[in-house]
Design a protein. Structure first.
Ligand code: FE2
Length: 330
């Protein structure tokens, strides 16, 4: 049987695609298997930190086996673009399946899942009607009430980038100053820590990505589930441009040795089947309308997500870093 298997592999594995991935979700394995089953194309995975993978592709140069770079956050995808890692893809499948906002104008990279950055509040201490917009968090009404991680975090940078796009540099600067003035404590920890601090009453309100909250809700640890129940969620800016969303995404590597297979993989990621698997690994939202959502996400109903093109989150990144530096939000 061992011989038969190895013979089978050597004959059918002529086609392959090499994916450099900064995503580490168990469910991604099912995603790759489904692609191989559907197309006969073998998937090889190299996992690593986003910046490490970018540097590795550059170091390997023309000899790089990398076909696809997959990572999270538009800011990071844009960084890869700036480093010359991506080449243009023109695909009718991607053009028709993905919303405009999820496609780089030159097809250099694409968003395949969405994560929203939302406001959390302590159900006992805080009336959610007071903070229905990101702007409210910077108001003089909430001194010492807000928890958020450092401004050097890419999620906060991307939120600032979206504000720069929507409201301009000056108003974004004022907002960041307001946040710095309203902090309950020096920025510390990750997104989950901000939500737990709200549950513990250390701050009344916090900013964090939605999936960290879903993780707490689904936790095996009763204390974490209990903490999540003390915390309410607000999808900001429903009366204006909608809640800020970031993406998990991918692009075709400039030096890709298996271009055709790689494009097939990107197109596969936009299929209903793959959309569900891609999103579910991290409790994210599929970007193709009508695809099954996680029951918790489904229970939140429809809400307005900001539809600015994901490229803006990268293009405005250097400005958002300067804004944060000037604001005193460390
Ligand atoms: Fe995250």
């Amino acid at each position: 049987m061992g011989i038969a298997t190895s013979m089978a592999v050597s004959t059918v594995s002529a086609q392959e695609v090499n994916i450099y991935s900064a995503r580490h979700y168990d469910s991604d394995l099912a995603l790759y298997n489904a692609f191989t089953e559907q197309t006969g194309i073998k998937v090889n995975i190299i996992e690593g930190d986003s910046d490490q993978l970018i540097q590795r592709i550059k170091r390997e140069g023309i000899a790089s086996p990398a076909d696809i770079l997959m990572t999270i956050d538009a800011g990071r995808l844009w960084r890869a673009e700036q480093e010359g890692v991506f080449q243009s893809v023109e695909s009718d499948v991607l053009n028709s399946r993905l919303p405009d906002s999820m496609r780089h104008p030159d097809g250099l990279w694409f968003g395949f899942s969405q994560r929203v950055r939302v406001i959390y509040y302590n159900r006992e201490n805080f009336d959610p009607s007071q903070a229905q917009r990101y702007e409210d968090l910077a108001s003089a009404d909430f001194p010492g009430d807000i928890c958020v991680r450092t401004s050097s975090n890419i999620y906060n940078q991307s939120l600032l980038s979206s504000m720069i796009e929507r409201r301009g540099v000056e108003e974004t600067q004022e907002w960041a100053e307001g946040i710095a003035a309203n902090l309950a404590r020096d920025p510390q920890g990750g997104d989950t820590d901000q939500i737990l601090a709200v549950a513990a009453g250390e701050c009344d309100v916090a900013l964090a990505n939605h999936y960290y909250y879903v993780r707490l809700l689904k936790s095996d640890n009763p204390a974490q589930r209990e903490a999540a129940r003390k915390v309410g969620i607000i999808f900001p800016n429903q009366d204006s441009y909608g809640t800020h969303a970031n993406v998990g995404g991918a692009g075709l590597v400039t030096t890709s040795p298996n271009r055709e297979e790689a494009v097939k993989f990107l197109e596969f990621l936009a299929s209903d089947e793959a959309q569900e698997m891609f999103a579910v690994g991290n409790n994210e939202f599929p970007v193709v309308p009508g695809v099954f959502k996680d029951p918790v996400l489904e229970s939140w109903g429809n809400f307005k997500i900001d539809e600015i093109n994901i490229t803006a989150l990268g293009v405005n990144n250097p400005e958002s870093v300067r804004v944060a530096d000037r604001s005193g939000w460390r």
